[in-house]
Ligand binder design. Sequence first.
Ligand SMILES: [Zn+2]
Length: 316
Amino acid sequence: MPEVLSKLTEFRAGITAIDADYVRPRLAASHLVVDGGRAAFVDTGTALSVPNLLAALAAKDIDPADVDWVLATHVHLDHAGGAGALMQHLPNARCAVHPRGARHLAEPSKLIAGSITVYGEERYRALYGEIVPIPESRMFVPEDGARVMLGSREFELIHTPGHALHHYCIVDQAHALIFSGDTFGISYRDFDVDGRAFIMPTTTPVHFDPEALCDSVDRLMSYHPQAIYLTHYAEVRDLQRLAAEMKERVRAFAELGRRYASAPDRASKLRHGMFAQLGGWLDAHGFPRDDAERHRLLDDDVELNCQGIEVWLDRK
Ligand SMILES: [Zn+2]
């Protein structure tokens, strides 16, 4: 059995989640969608994820020439860092990127500098590899509500600010499903308890906007989806509950920020406060009270979320 098969999860409607092998197993997915012999990737992981994506095509007997789309929900590097390297292997694909993100994929130096600010130089190199620019001639830059075809199915690309201003989501009305990038938050399968998903917002720098994010969640739910596919990680259902919890938690994070906005030790208060808040929600969810395991699964997100909340506080 090719090694890649252990990294694939099959869902309905021709959808496969591919583990991008980013940071740890089942943290970030690229979704492959196949319809009528044509294929699309939704998010790509990093440049280091590309071998997994190509191996997934081979395992499913799809010619790289039959991939029509690389749909990059937004230009954060765990979603689009691999898009340029992947495009080099896909002769007929176009990369769809939000109007506010396009220039960053065409000329990634600012994106790289921004990521080094967040992660530090050493960790940046280890996480992301080399970012390959995408020629503008191979990009499709969707306005809000733009439609693209994959085989016989139509995707509507809707702008969803709140996590990032350069974010869009992909709505597949015919199959009642949405690919949400980071807009519908994070739901690691590690936190599943008796098949129930745990959800939390991602408030990464530099565009976090709590009200816009809640509005975007409402907009996704206005399509009445039956399943949402998150980059972190894959399919969730039970969407009424998750949407309510997501919005409640966005507001709770914003409130946490306001509470410590002018505290002298704001950074550490925020980090402790957020970990405690997540811990309370995990207790209520029935997740085992193992602090070492919770730190292992949450510390990176707590750090990124708090950085994003501090940028938001400074902007206000
Ligand atoms: Zn993001």
